[in-house]
Design a protein. Structure first.
Length: 356
């Protein structure tokens, strides 16, 4: 059970920690049963489950308890959100099939990550993961062609909007009922990750028998991509840790040596180590014993994990709790090499971001 200085400081937070998994252990399930019988700030549970993007999982585990203290209005709100999210996931799955056909016709290569594909592969249920959009990784030189075929399919590029707020590694496309993030990298360059599209593509898994140009990541590579994303965003949402934990629990990762070697090649080994450590330490992911031992012995990982746990307990207020010194030391701690710290030091000296 997660409690005390190593986790939530309230029953509401503890309940969310317990629910942030597809299959709780018997002890965790018993604790959920105990918690829902106690006086809880259910409005806070609802709000924080939204922040952590685990509303479907939370409701899945707390609904129908005979002695639950959940008020009917909160239950009705949960039901509405969960039904809406399930419909969104089904709609996104349909859009993904359409995009697959578009890429096939144009002979453009793309890699799918996160989204409804991860829900089905890792969670085993399209409705249990809260998905906001579709994410694709492409070769940067194909972006103009991708932009053209997506606009032809009814999407509007955010680069064509009035604010023209361009990311340096992705572009968002939208149309009614669907949002698509097209990436040619996974993070700003100053974070020093090395993502090689061709290698990921060559090792990718066909999305379907009908699709040869749209693939999903090999599970071992998916672990790296999920951990890059979580580390980039400070692991401030439980869903990002849950994604890693459920990918592990799904049994789809079969080559753990490959997880390590590919993470080293991508300069994200410490980010992957941290993500796996959090998945095992916070959410009881079923990591192989040798992997757990290696993680426990990795210098600095316990300290980084403790820092993430501290930020997590503040949920939507975590951004305001992350002091500049803490953020800086965290970024230095996940750097692979000493020279990788130089771009980050320059970034902090000149950009001085509040939440980066």
């Amino acid at each position: 059970m997660v409690s005390g200085s190593d986790g939530p400081t309230s029953r509401e937070n503890e309940l969310l920690w317990c629910c942030a998994r597809v299959t709780p252990t018997d002890d965790m399930q018993n604790r959920i049963d105990e918690l829902v019988q106690q006086p809880l700030d259910w409005a806070a549970v609802l709000k924080r489950s939204w922040w952590h993007r685990i509303r479907p999982l939370t409701f899945h585990h707390v609904d129908g308890k005979p002695s639950s203290t959940m008020p009917e209005d909160v239950r009705a709100a949960f039901v509405g959100f969960v039904e809406e999210l399930a419909e969104r996931n089904r709609r996104l799955s349909g859009v993904l099939s359409e995009v697959s056909t578009v890429f096939e016709d144009a002979q453009i290569r793309g890699l799918v990550f996160k989204g409804p594909t991860l829900a089905e592969d890792a969670y085993g249920d399209l409705t249990l993961r809260e998905c906001g959009d579709l994410d694709l990784l492409i070769d940067q030189q194909d972006f103009d062609r991708v932009r053209h075929v997506l606009v032809e399919s009814g999407f509007v590029s955010c680069w064509d909007s009035e604010d023209n707020n361009r990311q340096v590694f992705a572009c968002e496309f939208e149309r009614p009922g669907a949002s698509l993030d097209v990436h040619w990298d996974l993070a700003p360059g100053w974070l020093n990750y090395q993502v090689h599209f061709d290698r990921l593509w060559d090792d990718g898994v066909p999305l379907s028998a009908k699709s040869s140009f749209l693939r999903k990541l090999r599970p071992e590579d998916s672990a790296s991509v999920l951990c890059i994303h979580g580390t980039k965003h400070w692991w401030e949402r439980l869903r990002w840790i849950c994604d890693v934990a459920e990918l592990v629990n799904s049994g789809r990762i079969t080559d753990w040596d490959r997880v390590e070697t590919t993470a080293i090649e991508a300069r994200c080994h410490r980010s992957v180590s941290l993500g796996l450590y959090l998945a095992g330490n916070l959410l009881d992911a079923k990591l192989p014993v040798p992997v757990s031992r290696r993680l426990a012995a990795t210098p600095g990982i316990r300290r980084l994990g403790a820092q993430v746990r501290n930020w997590l307990q503040y949920a939507e207020s975590s951004k305001d709790r992350r002091r500049v010194q803490e953020r800086f030391l965290f970024r230095m701690g996940v750097c692979e090499r000493a020279r990788d710290r130089i771009p980050q030091i320059i970034h902090y000296l000149f950009a001085r971001p509040h939440g980066s």
